[in-house]
Design a protein around this ligand. Sequence first.
Ligand SMILES: [Mn+2]
Length: 358
Amino acid sequence: MTQRLTYLRESLKDLDAIVISQPENRRYLSGFTGSAGFLLISKDHALLATDFRYYTQVKQEARNFDLAEVGYEFTKHLPDLLAQMGAQRVGFEAHHLTFTELESWKQTAPNVEWIPTTSRVEDLRTVKSVSEIETLKHAVHITDRAFAQATDGLRPGTTEKDLVWAFKTALHTIDGRVPAFDIIVAAGLAGAKPHAKPSDTPIPEGVPIVIDMGALIDGYHADMTRTLVLGQPDDKFRELYQLVLNANQAALDGIRPGMTDVEADALSRSVIEEAGYGDFFGHGLGHGVGLAIHEAPKLATTSPGTPLKIGMAITIEPGIYLPDWGGIRIEDLIIVREAGVEVLTQTPKDLEAQIIPV
Ligand SMILES: [Mn+2]
């Protein structure tokens, strides 16, 4: 945590202080896992202002921060806190703070010059530390095990909601965990919607079943997608599955540090485009993952062209979605390493392993 503060302070040369309101950024910098509070950080000070519910917890979790007991009146105390820090030019998180909050801060602290900042902490969060990677590996490992356990019970008559419940049960029984996000189980036509909601309908045989799930471990999110089929798939499934798998593998084989987010996206996209399905891969190749399920960087055609760095944790999830047929997506979680990528996800993805015998 100390090093994270040091890095942030290095990026604050143009400011006297910054107020951090974004929850994952607050946790990342301070270690505080509570749901409310603001960080005030200057060159010499690190304050965590929160309410009565968290006074004890802050002392236990955020040892590098001084607790400011502000109750539910942070805005009222803000001028005093900033004056104590000698801060005149103060940054705020423009992508998180609401317009209403900023207006109230301006009113209460009229002599402060409020400077919008974006992504200062998010940029730091993209490169994971050794301990963050260990936590992500744990999350992926539990995800792999829960996937195997839950899909073992998949048989004719199982509904999408049954399977969601089986994943939740497995996460709980294996390691006392909960899902990192709303689990997706989307069979047949529903799978053509990348973020479909599970239904009460029994999963039919022979159609693709898109399953997107992950475990949440100590604030870190695992994210995996596999596309199974109950009974024998048709030739179209075999053809498209292999195509998406080839696209997934092309990215795993081709990604290197220094390559841009756009170039990484193109590794998979070009495989799908060459086969004539480019229009049916309508989302980005992947996203950073960590304290948030979706965080920087984003791998997409519309990304800014930022180079990938060693230590980034990213999903690789090409997909093809045909509205009159269904969807196929294969998603792994990787770490960018010096010579390529380390694939954390271990759940098998060869075609035969996706076929559940009936
Ligand atoms: Mn994902």
